[in-house]
Design a protein around this ligand. Structure first.
Ligand SMILES: Cc1cc2nc3c(=O)[nH]c(=O)nc-3n(C[C@H](O)[C@H](O)[C@H](O)COP(=O)(O)OP(=O)(O)OC[C@H]3O[C@@H](n4cnc5c(N)ncnc54)[C@H](O)[C@@H]3O)c2cc1C
Length: 404
């Protein structure tokens, strides 16, 4: 039986994907992971007339969410996220020392952050990928690849010309393809719940306290509709266990409002070693957390995963349409890393704050004019992640039709 991989929003037929029974036998690109990086890359590749299959081990995109879903202004300006998926804008940030006394308040004249309904964002991204012609299979776990043949738990093997590893911080695809892997992690956990609307003013509370969040922050972000309360830190310094530390923090976290509905728990590893150097080879490439595309300082990964997916898709399509391996050089982590020196340095500073006294001093240093300017630069910056320049070879490659 020959079935179409998907119909396009523009009415033109997508590339053909053979589907005998439920299995897909041959694709141009297999994308492993239906997070934001995988779904966005799949959409862009399918738009370039490639036969794309996405596999995701979760059975539903609304379970097992691993992010708070804070989108920064730069992402909101640069990407088309539908308004109804986003909560109200947040302009106020309060930075607290371990004592929680006299926080530093920074107020922007623009909406800096908006917390998204992530289940709906993933569903939106899935529909966009499918409208472009990609096929998305849930409940299918990638189990390994050898010479273009990919094995799964939950589906028949397929042959793929190219594999995109969008399988998160501990990417198995990266290992199988012999690409670089993340080695430095924070671990984060949070609780999220609705709050009584109109009872709180939107604000982002950040607590520098190594007792609960060694090497990072405790946070409460409340946009007047939902509250997210979380901690993240280096796992080896969280001996009490992250769940215990989160519960201790949440018990009296500043800005915390009472839940008015179900309380959801989220969490996962956050790679903070910076973009990996070796991201691509003729068998595939990495995007999102799998590529280490997270700001080492702020631990924000949503903007980087969208931004780098654009370059990844251009390079992968350029390579697949021409067969020219030189195109892959355009997806080079070493070039991106060089623009991360400042962030990696500040990550080391944050990692070095290991006692409450050091954290009190660090917050005190931010109270002065220079300190406030630095904090505003980090928190309200237009450049949370360096712009990725599109490789001229990839950009020039034809977006011609290709049949799988
Ligand atoms: C607690 C927490 C809060 C965060 N908050 C923010 C925030 O507010 N703002 C921000 O910018 N960043 C935040 N981050 C970071 C950000 O969420 C990530 O960088 C981003 O979501 C990465 O997207 P991704 O698509 O690369 O990975 P993921 O969203 O992790 O997607 C990877 C997908 O691959 C699937 N997968 C893995 N292995 C397999 C396999 N073998 N077979 C099939 N599927 C597989 C997984 O199930 C998963 O769905 C947060 C991180 C954490 C842990």
């Amino acid at each position: 039986m020959e079935v179409r991989g998907g119909s396009r929003a523009n009415g033109r037929p997508g590339p053909q994907i053979a589907l005998p029974s439920l299995s897909v036998h041959k694709v141009d690109v297999l994308v492993v992971g239906a997070g934001l990086a995988g779904l966005h890359t799949a959409q862009l590749l399918a738009r370039r007339n490639l036969a794309v299959l996405v596999v995701e081990r979760r059975r539903s995109l609304s379970t097992g969410i691993r992010t708070t879903g804070i989108f920064v202004r730069r992402t909101l300006d640069g990407f088309d996220l539908p308004e109804h998926l986003l909560g109200p804008g947040v302009r106020d940030v309060l930075v607290y020392p371990p004592s929680r006394r006299s926080p530093i308040r920074l107020t922007s004249d623009r909406d800096e952050y908006r917390v998204a309904d992530m289940a709906a964002v993933y569903e939106h991204a899935r529909r966009a990928a499918e409208s472009a012609g990609a096929r998305v299979l849930l409940g299918v776990r990638y189990a390994g690849a050898s010479r273009g043949v990919v094995r799964f738990a939950g589906a028949e093997p397929v042959t793929a010309r190219f594999i995109v590893g969008a399988d998160g911080a501990r990417s198995r695809v990266a290992r199988d393809l012999g690409l670089d892997v993340n080695r430095r992690f924070l671990v984060g956990a949070e609780i999220a719940h609705p709050v009584a609307s109109g009872t709180t003013a939107p604000a982002f509370h950040c607590v520098l306290d190594p007792r609960v969040a060694p090497g990072y922050l405790g946070w409460v972000i409340d946009d007047g509709r939902h509250s997210h309360v979380g901690v993240a830190g280096y796992p080896d310094a969280m001996r009490a266990g992250i769940r215990h530390l989160l519960d201790a923090f949440a018990a009296d976290a500043p800005g915390r409002a009472a839940p008015t509905g179900p309380v959801e728990r989220r969490g996962g590893p956050i790679p903070v070693g910076g973009v990996l150097r070796r991201l691509a080879c003729p068998a595939g490439l990495l995007v999102g957390d799998a590529a280490g595309a997270v700001s080492p300082l702020t631990a924000g990964g949503l903007d980087p995963c969208l931004r780098m997916s654009e370059l990844a898709a251009a390079v992968a399509a350029g390579y697949l349409h021409t067969g020219d391996q030189r195109v892959l050089r355009g997806y080079d982590g070493a070039t991106l890393r060089s623009r991360f020196r400042g962030r990696l340095l500040l990550r080391r500073v944050l990692a070095g704050i290991r006692s409450p006294a050091a954290a009190e001093s660090a917050v005190a240093a931010l109270r002065g004019r220079a300190g406030r300017a630095l904090a505003a630069r980090v928190l309200f910056n237009d450049g949370s992640f360096p712009d990725v320049q599109r490789n001229p070879v990839a950009a020039a490659a034809p977006a011609s039709h290709h049949e799988a």
